[in-house]
Design a protein around this ligand. Structure first.
Ligand code: FAD
Length: 494
């Protein structure tokens, strides 16, 4: 006897729940592949995947998620998923910004392939979310993926949870995700074959991966601060020496731990009394400290060099920060004590046991980073043309504009750039000329470093990929087409 309708609904529901509940990157991909196989869904059918999945998974609990995603997909900018129907995109990097961009492009109807060099999401560190990012993620069903998402006044999430949630949403809307695939370089189309010949492709590691045959017309660098795509000059902002320390402690979720108040960065930056007392009592000299309670107890602080030398964290004083912070010049034990002492003082000694969480390398999760030099790309996008094939190249996230962690701007500005990039790609698909497209993109990019949670539009419900819904007093023509001619690269790669 065949299965009844109810049995099929329940089986599909169970398979989908397994996917929703998966807690790792590998586990999610595996549950997704089982789901697709059992329900006979074709994940490479990017156009029809979401509706086939919706038709196959109909148990009561999932309806709210479909409702949210349908609402999002109904934004007029997506033209019912047909705005970029013939666009093929490749995204390098499965960090929050790579996934967020991928989701937008899939909603526009593009074919989207994302490659990620790792197969684990292991960053405990916690990202601050601006109110609009919280709304944006809620609208994508964040709470269905992670029940604890921004409950009450919480405005942060660990990087790993955010990646996991966005990976799941990306898969649902038809993004093709390949992990353990590392971008090596862009391959030009052969000049002599013209438009009939192969188009733009990439060389990846492992070299024989099927992605090396994929031809695309848009490539997006979302591979973090060490962006690997050629053609983008980096601007350096050199400030005064800024050494940031991040530390994660185990959160056992006890009542005592729950009571301890978080330290929001914005409030603490100006709290002189606190920092003076900290210095007097412990010898630790900080410029700021942030504490978020998440999967871990997460602290990020900017420490003054002299106190790190005095406390034996940095062994020898060198002028060059690279030498100063080289692992051979850092006493790891002293660093562990320094961060623990600061965390203890900052929380008024109320956290019962400050045991370090373990990081990706099996070590206590503490790290020290140099923020003296911050990088930003000079430009956000460019167009290459070779053998009659045009390629739109863009950067998003940390590759575009590096954030200062204690201010926690990475994800918020990163998502704005993801939307702006999606808007540009929509224009590209509609046949807008390259120079008009690039000049508009550069005009928007000029706004990005100045954006704050306060000066962007407060009408979050109205946010779409259209920049006019997000930036008040928008001037999208402040960069003129003649100023971006150098970003149209016709011929050999530089
Ligand atoms: P990322 O999150 O860096 O993601 C880039 C992705 O690209 C990674 O998954 C990487 O594995 C992948 N990748 C890199 N090269 C390749 C390649 N060649 N091929 C394929 N894939 C590739 N911000 C804070 O505000 N506070 C913090 O405490 C904090 N801690 C951080 C700790 C670490 C170790 C790192 C790397 C970043 C941290 N950040 C922190 C920055 C924050 O993670 C980013 O601002 C945010 O995640 C958005 O970045 P993104 O998606 O642009 O890039």
């Amino acid at each position: 006897m065949g299965e009844t309708e109810d049995e099929r609904t329940s089986q599909a529901g169970q398979l989908f729940e397994n996917f929703m509940q998966a807690t790792t990157c590998k586990g999610t991909l595996q549950a997704f592949s089982v789901l697709c196989r059992q329900l006979e869904l074709n994940p490479s059918d990017h156009r029809g995947f979401y509706s086939s999945l919706k038709a196959a998974v109909t148990y009561w609990k999932v309806k709210a998620l479909w409702g949210k995603l349908d609402k999002r997909a109904s934004h007029k900018e997506y033209s019912k998923g047909k705005a970029c129907a013939d666009t093929r995109c490749l995204i390098i990097g499965g960090g929050p910004c790579g996934f967020r961009t991928a989701i937008e492009l899939a909603l526009l109807g593009a074919k989207v392939v994302l490659i990620e060099k790792r197969d684990t999401f292991s960053r405990n560190n916690v990202l601050h979310l601006w109110p609009y990012t919280i709304q944006d993620l809620r609208d994508l069903g964040a709470k269905k993926f992670y029940g604890k998402f921004c409950a009450g006044s919480i405005d942060h999430i660990s990087i790993r949870q955010l990646q996991l949630m966005l990976l799941k949403i990306a898969l649902i809307v038809g993004v093709e995700v390949h992990v353990n695939v590392e971008f090596a370089k862009l391959l030009e189309p052969p000049e002599d074959k013209g438009t009939d010949g192969p188009g733009w492709r990439v060389e990846v590691r492992p070299a024989d991966h099927l992605i090396s045959d994929y031809e695309f017309d848009v490539i997006i660098g979302a591979d973090g601060r060490r962006n690997t795509l050629d053609g983008f000059k980096r601007k350096e902002f050199r400030g005064k020496l800024a050494i940031a320390i991040t530390a994660n402690f185990v959160n056992r979720n006890t009542t005592a731990e729950a009571k301890v108040e978080e330290i929001s960065g914005v409030a603490f930056i100006f709290n002189q009394k606190f920092f003076l007392e900290l210095k007097e009592e412990t010898g630790i000299d900080l410029e700021n400290i942030v504490y978020y309670k998440d999967n871990t107890h997460y602290f990020v602080m900017t420490a003054k060099k002299q106190s790190l030398l005095d406390k034996g964290v940095i062994i020898n004083d060198y002028i060059e920060t690279e030498r100063l912070l080289a692992s051979s010049n850092v006493n790891q034990e002293a660093l562990l004590s320094y961060a623990r002492e600061a965390a203890d003082f900052g929380t008024n000694y109320q956290l019962p046991s400050l045991d370090y969480a373990i990081n990706h390398y099996g070590q206590p999760d503490v790290a020290m980073f140099d923020f003296t030099c911050m990088y930003a790309s000079e430009n956000a996008a460019l167009v290459r043309e070779k053998g009659g094939h045009q390629l739109l190249v863009a950067l998003v996230g940390d590759s575009l504009l590096e954030p200062f962690w204690p201010m926690g701007t990475g994800c918020a500005r990163g998502f704005l750039a993801a939307f702006d990039t999606a808007w540009m790609i929509k224009g590209w698909a509609q046949g807008k000329g390259p120079l008009d497209l690039l000049s508009e993109r550069e005009s928007l990019y000029r706004l990005l470093p100045q954006t704050t949670a306060e000066n962007i539009s407060k009408n979050f419900e109205q946010y779409t990929i259209d920049p006019a819904t997000r930036y008040p007093n928008l001037n999208s023509t402040c960069v003129r087409p003649h100023q971006v001619r150098h970003l149209y690269i016709n011929g050999e790669q530089d």
